[in-house]
Design a protein around this ligand. Sequence first.
Ligand SMILES: [Zn+2]
Ligand SMILES: [Zn+2]
Length: 382
Amino acid sequence: MELLIAGGCLEHGRNCFYVRGREVSFLVDAGIMKENPDTPYPELTKDQIQDAAYLFLTHCHSDHTGAVKWLYDQGFHGEVIASAPTFAWMKDAVPGRTLESMSVPGKKCKVDDHLKMTWGRSGHCIGSVWYLFRLDGRKILFTGDYQEHSGAYKCDRIRDLSADLALVDTAYGTESGTAGDYRKDFEGSMDRLVKTNRPYLFPVPSHGRGLDVLRALSEREIPIYMEDAIISECLETPDREFWLRKKFRGSFGNSEVHTMEELGQLMEETGGLSFLELPIGILVQDSQLIRQENRDLTAAVIKAGGRVVLTGKQDPASFSRDLLSRGDAVFWKISVHQNADEALKLKHKNRFRFMIPCHCRKKLDFKERDILTVRTGNLVKF
Ligand SMILES: [Zn+2]
Ligand SMILES: [Zn+2]
């Protein structure tokens, strides 16, 4: 059996893997690499694309689904398989089969006469999953973007699984903090926030860390102002009990929730948020602060003595990164991936014959010889 790394190893973006078996070939993810416009799409030939019987998607983010339309343009005619929220939230609407209609987490199911599959929730966002495939007497695991310690999202922890090859999220590479460390810092910062009477602006991506921020604000009963898109993500998600942790669902609703129009009224009443009686949390779905209205809001928050709080990756040359380097924003990280230590721990809790760290730009220096360093374009036989 062969695995072609079509994207996502020793680079960031365009996650895409091509598995070739004796009878069946399939793809896992088809992402786009935004930061490199010369090579945005996975490295696949038309023949490979047209040979793929399936495209399994791990979650809706564009570094995993942004090239789906491009695949169709290249002649893809296989079946797309993904969770219902991934189908609902990926940029290009495509037909396909939902995982929820095939099996439940942890239970093996038959995709066709040759290919069997088990899936589980990966704790990264609503609808994010990992996959274990069985084909031609071999097993291959894809963790997808994976984090066991999210405060918002459920994760079916990968334990005691055996796989010939495991592709494991290691996006945070050599960063030293674990999810637990970041979580503790984040909660400590939130505990300090609650004692102030300042506005805190959280620019968050769509479908990701925003719900973790909401949970932390809700647990402390801090009034929240947020865009309709985030409100609907919380309240109108299909099967929210299935994807969201009970603790999150329990705390949501402790805070008063207001719209952005109401924030406008509050700004008029309080001299641009300068005379608040309580702290408030403002959430906008614009993690890099691209939209002018959010840049204006940033200025108002800073003027009122509040903080812009970034919780994840800032793109090079983005407004968010500028703010941070000027000292006008703070970074309270929320972990949605794993670092190298966490990936190694996952390996030790399972039986992987070989492991491939993925999603990291840098070459990582693992001592264990069954951890393979591969890059986009490489072919792995197993
Ligand atoms: Zn992701
Ligand atoms: Zn990703």
